[in-house]
Write a protein that binds this ligand. Structure first.
Ligand code: UGA
Length: 404
C-alpha cells in the first residue's frame, strides 16, 4: 500500500507510469503491480502493521528541517488497532521521534509503536542500493518495534545497527555530513592543486587507496547539490546552533561548496574576459547523472551567475525538465544545438553521453572551442589534442598535462 496526498502522482502510478526518472523503478513496479495498491485515502492504511513515513523535509526560512509533512502524516493517521509501528524514513532532526511519540499519545494513538529507520539510498542507484545496503539502521523506543522493522531486512544479509531513536536520527545526519565533508575537502585540495600544478584526480587515487580513507566521495568538481546534502547540512548546522553549539567544520563545508560553484565563472573570465554578451552552454543540468532532479542543482547557481554577468546561456540535459527552474536560459534539445555558436561549454553534470564531447562536430559548432569540465569527465590531454582549450577542476594546465 502506497499513500500520497498528491493525486496526480498516485494516478500516474496507478496507470503504471513512474512520475520521476530512476533506474530500474519502472520494471520493479511492473513486476510487483499486483501486490501494490496506490491510494490518496489515509483510511486505507488501516490494517497495515508497519507504516513508513517517506515525506520530504525541506529547509524552512531559518534553515531548520520543515517537519510539517511529518506532522500531517501523524494528524491523518486513522484509528489503528493492534500494535502497528510508525517507521520514520524521512531525514529528521534528532529529537523528532520523541516529539512524534508525544504527538501519537496526544492523538490517542499511544499503542502505536515508533522506529527510526533512516534512508541511505542515493538517486540514480536507489534500487540497487536498496537490495545491497552497506547497513540498515533501526532505532526504537521498544525493542519489539525495532525487531519488527529489522526482520524486514534480514534477507538482505546486511549488518543491522540497532540503537536508540536519537542515535539513529543522528547517524543519518552524520553520514551525510561526512560525505559532504569529503567532497568539500577534495574540492579544496583541487583548488590548491590548481595553484600548485598537481593533479587532483591522481591525488584522490593515491589518497583513496589508503584503506583507512577509502576511494569514495573524493571526486572533485563544481560542488554538491541535490535534494539532500544542501538541506541536510543546513539542518544539522541549525540543530547544533539551536542546541548552543557552533558546528564550525560543517559551516566551512557549506561555504566551500558555495564558493566551488562560483569558481567556474572565474575560469570562463580568464579565457574570455568579461562575460557580457558571451554565449555559454551548460551541459547537464540535473544535480547528478541518472536523475531528473533539479533540486539545488549547481546548474541553477551557475546559470544565475552567468546571466547576472550578461552572458547568453543555453542549457542541455538528457532527462531533466529544467525550463521552469532556469528562467532566462534557452533549453536546447541536443548537445550540438546547445554548443552552436558558443564561446564556451561547461560540463555541469557528468552524463555518460558527454564522454564523447571532444569531437570535431562539437569543436566546429562552437565559436570558440573552450571546454570547462566541472566534473573532470574528459581526459585533459586527449581533449587538448582534439583542438579544445580545456579547463578541469584541480587538473594541471597544458604544460603539466604534457609532462604527465
Ligand atoms: C545522498 C547520499 O549519497 C545518500 O546516501 C543519502 O541517502 C541521500 O543523499 C539522502 O540523504 O537522501 P544523493 O543526493 O542522491 O544521495 O546523491 P550523491 O550521489 O550523494 O551526490 C550528491 C552530490 O554530491 C551530487 O551533486 C554529486 O555530484 C556530488 N558529489 C558526489 C561530488 O561532487 N563528488 C563526489 O565524489 C560525490
Amino acid at each position: 500500500m502506497i499513500r500520497d496526498i498528491v493525486a496526480g502522482k498516485i494516478a500516474s502510478l496507478q496507470r503504471g507510469e513512474v512520475p520521476f526518472h530512476e533506474l530500474d523503478v519502472p520494471e520493479l513496479l511492473e513486476r510487483n503491480r499486483e501486490r501494490i495498491t496506490f491510494t490518496t485515502d489515509a483510511n486505507d492504511v488501516v490494517g497495515c502493521e508497519l507504516l513508513f513515513v517517506c515525506v520530504d523535509t525541506p529547509p524552512t526560512a531559518s534553515g531548520d528541517a520543515d517537519l510539517s509533512r511529518v506532522w500531517r502524516v501523524v494528524e491523518e493517521l486513522p484509528a489503528l488497532e493492534g500494535r502497528p509501528v510508525l517507521v520514520m524514513k524521512s531525514t529528521v532532526p534528532v529529537g523528532t521521534g520523541t516529539r512524534v511519540g508525544e504527538g501519537l499519545d496526544a492523538r490517542g494513538l499511544a499503542h502505536v509503536g515508533y522506529a527510526s529507520n533512516p534512508e541511505f539510498l542515493s538517486e540514480g542507484q536507489a534500487v540497487h542500493e536498496f537490495i545491497h545496503p552497506d547497513r540498515v539502521v533501526v532505532g526504537a523506543f521498544e525493542a519489539a518495534d525495532g525487531d519488527a522493522v529489522a526482520a524486514l531486512y534480514e534477507g538482505l544479509g546486511a549488518p543491522i545497527v540497532r540503537c536508540d531513536v536519537n542515535s539513529s536520527e543522528m547517524i543519518k545526519l552524520a553520514a551525510n555530513a561526512f560525505l559532504m565533508t569529503r567532497i568539500s575537502f577534495i574540492n579544496e585540495i583541487a583548488n590548491v592543486c590548481e595553484a600548485t600544478g598537481a593533479d587532483v584526480v591522481k591525488v584522490a587515487e593515491g589518497v583513496g587507496l589508503d584503506h583507512r580513507l577509502g576511494p569514495h566521495f573524493l571526486r572533485a568538481g563544481i560542488g554538491y547539490g541535490g535534494s539532500c546534502f544542501p538541506k541536510d547540512s543546513l539542518a544539522l548546522k541549525q540543530l547544533a546552533s539551536n542546541s548552543g553549539y557552533h558546528f564550525q567544520l560543517l559551516a566551512a563545508v557549506i561555504e566551500v561548496n558555495e564558493l566551488q560553484k562560483r569558481r567556474v565563472i572565474g575560469k570562463l573570465e580568464r579565457h574570455l574576459g568579461p562575460l557580457s554578451g558571451k554565449k555559454v552552454a551548460l551541459l547537464g543540468l540535473a544535480f547528478k547523472p541518472g536523475t531528473d532532479d533539479m533540486r539545488e542543482a549547481p546548474s541553477i547557481v551557475l546559470a544565475a551567475r552567468l546571466l547576472a554577468e550578461g552572458a547568453e546561456v543555453r542549457g542541455w540535459d538528457p532527462v531533466a525538465d529544467a525550463e521552469a527552474v532556469l528562467p532566462g536560459v534557452e533549453i536546447a534539445s541536443s548537445v550540438i544545438e546547445a554548443v552552436a555558436g558558443a564561446d564556451a561549454a561547461v560540463i555541469v553534470t557528468e552524463w555518460p553521453e558527454l564522454r564523447e564531447l571532444a569531437r570535431d562536430e562539437v569543436r566546429l559548432a562552437m565559436a570558440n572551442p573552450l571546454l570547462v569540465d566541472g566534473r573532470n569527465l574528459l581526459d585533459p590531454a586527449l581533449t587538448r589534442a582534439a583542438g579544445f582549450t580545456y579547463e578541469g577542476v584541480g587538473r594541471p594546465g597544458a604544460a603539466g598535462a604534457a609532462a604527465a
